[in-house]
Design a protein. Structure first.
Lengths: 135, 125
């Protein structure tokens, strides 16, 4: 897997996204896949920056990725204390629908094939399979 | 970002917000790609505008290519602030990927979606 570590800063967090989107384009992925990966990455990087690293500029965000024509796999890790993703409420429930925050994990799960947390919630693994591959 | 003026805009490299005030309503056009950096500025813009006594804010999504959850949160923050004085935020003309995002998050249950700015301002679907 390729690895890139960036400072805990939203501008710097764009670097891995740009690299990954370029590689998706080279591998021939279509706009729908690019939209899904861009969205999931933005959510994962924002969560790492804000909730994991608590906006601390001394911390870093770690990204690992492997892209093939068959499959996209990305890991985003922060240097925070972790969390329990099961405790994040479903933002589509009527009582939470007008909350401005809390949709990131739900969106990642909606657009990707796998979203799994490890290392006490400090690392998220994102997987999207290319369903257009011929069998 | 500066406070939106009577007709103003906030602009990033690939994202722009045009604000057009019309008496007691406003049209906010989101243009381009609203990414994580721009979303926080959009929140400031929406809340500032909603604090004025607008009856309706029509958020035109027809030229919006991308938005993430913080950007959606900015629109919701504007809605919540507007609701304080019985105002209403209405969405206009999202492209297919943005409409899908709104449907997946069930925000289509929170907001009315109109085919045009004129229909949104008139409240007629």
């Amino acid at each position: 897997m390729k690895e890139i570590t960036v400072p805990n800063d939203l501008s710097a967090a764009k670097q891995p996204e740009d690299l990954i989107l370029e590689e998706l384009s080279r591998c021939g992925y279509d706009q729908n896949v690019s939209f899904a990966i861009k969205l999931a990455l933005e959510e994962a990087m924002t969560n790492a920056f804000r909730h994991g690293n608590k906006c601390d500029p001394c911390k870093c965000i770690h990204v690992r990725y492997a892209i093939t024509p068959e499959r996209i796999e990305i890991e985003v890790g922060d240097e925070g204390e972790g969390f329990c993703p099961d405790e994040v409420p479903d933002p589509t429930l009527p009582e939470f629908i007008d909350r401005p925050h809390g949709r990131g994990i739900m969106l990642m799960k909606a657009y990707l094939d796998e979203v799994t947390y490890g290392d006490n919630g400090t690392r998220v693994r994102l997987v999207k399979v290319n369903n257009k591959q011929e069998s | 970002m500066s406070t939106p003026s009577t007709s103003g805009h906030l602009s990033g490299e690939s994202f722009r917000v045009d604000v057009d005030r019309r008496d007691d309503s406003a049209v906010v056009r989101l243009i381009g790609s609203c990414e994580m950096l721009e979303a926080e500025r959009l929140t400031e813009c929406m809340v500032t505008l909603a604090q004025e006594s607008m009856k309706v804010i029509a958020v035109d999504l027809s030229q919006l290519d991308f938005i993430e959850s913080t950007g959606l949160g900015a629109i919701i923050a504007g809605h919540l602030r507007l609701r304080h004085h019985q105002g209403e935020l209405r969405l206009v003309g999202p492209q297919k990927p943005i409409l899908r995002l709104l449907e997946l998050t069930r925000l289509t249950q929170l907001f009315h979606v109109y085919p045009s700015v004129e229909a949104a301002l008139a409240g007629s679907r």
